[in-house]
Design a protein around this ligand. Structure first.
Ligand SMILES: C[S@@+](CC[C@H](N)C(=O)[O-])C[C@H]1O[C@@H](n2cnc3c(N)ncnc32)[C@H](O)[C@@H]1O
Length: 252
């Protein structure tokens, strides 16, 4: 049964609550699997191939490129210090590396190493990206192997996960950040607390259906970041609709 068609039965059984864990959502109910969605897709190669191509095409497209409007040079690159760490920008869960590739291509002379991280199967898939990008196998539910980088970039990651698992992903980065120096940049929708557009509501429902995830309002971002013992320095809103950037720091 397709996941959307299963929603009424799923919610009836679930007491009409948001799923609390990625292994207990509508996809798991519809496909009768105990696997979280990304792991389930790994058992369906034709699905995962289509998904990666979609991510590459959709989020690689120019009109939603955050680098068009976010001042990476002044916020991140200018404050880079080789003495802190050789790493400039870590694209966590970066899939085929579009974002890492775009950063390295736009700032070819920026100091420091740009890293692409994803699950082993994704890294082994051998994305054809800029040769100056270091590829690292990393499960983000384990402590990050790159310590003290200037920036950890989470693009379209946290909207895939319910709150507790999102806190865990953030804590695994928190633990390797250098207080006052490292930043997390979260690229996702930043919803108003009231009055979302139809598109935003549809994207929220999409994440709920596929991943037990959600899009978040400013208030929900604040709660999440506080639970990971981090602090929001700034919400960067996009010039049109689309994803914003939540700039996050570790203070202590
Ligand atoms: C929605 S895609 C986002 C890709 C990319 N950041 C972008 O914005 O184009 C989510 C990514 O998270 C990765 N992922 C899922 N579970 C993961 C895990 N436990 N550890 C590391 N990466 C994971 C997936 O392989 C996928 O590439």
């Amino acid at each position: 049964m397709p996941a959307l068609a299963a929603m009424p039965a799923y919610f009836k059984q679930n007491g009409y609550k948001s799923p609390s864990h990625s292994t207990k959502g509508p996809i798991q109910y519809a496909f009768n699997t105990p696997l979280e969605t990304y792991h389930y897709w790994q058992t369906r190669p034709e699905v995962i191939e289509t998904f990666r191509t979609f991510m590459q095409g959709h989020f690689g497209s120019k009109h939603i490129n955050w680098l068009e409007w976010f001042p990476l040079q002044s916020v991140i690159i200018s404050g880079f210090s080789e003495k802190q760490s050789p790493y400039l920008f870590v694209d966590v869960g970066g899939a085929r590396g579009n974002q890492a590739h775009n950063v390295r291509s736009k700032f070819p002379r920026a100091p420091g190493i740009v890293v692409l991280q994803d699950l082993p199967s994704v890294i082994e898939d051998g994305a054809n990206i800029h040769r100056d990008i270091e590829k690292v196998k990393q499960n983000f539910f384990e402590e990050n192997s790159i310590k003290g980088a200037r920036a950890y970039f989470l693009s379209h990651i946290l909207h895939n996960w319910p709150t507790d698992e999102s806190v865990q992903i953030l804590k695994n980065i928190h633990d390797v950040m250098t207080p006052g120096y490292s930043r997390i940049l979260i690229c996702d929708l930043i919803l108003p607390d009231q009055g979302v557009t139809l598109r935003e509501a549809a994207l929220d429902l999409g994440m709920l259906t596929l991943h037990s995830g959600m899009q978040r309002s400013k208030k929900q971002w604040r709660n999440l970041i506080e639970r990971a013992e981090l602090r929001i320095e700034k919400f960067w809103m996009p010039p049109k609709d689309g994803d914003g950037i939540v700039q996050v720091i570790r203070d202590d």
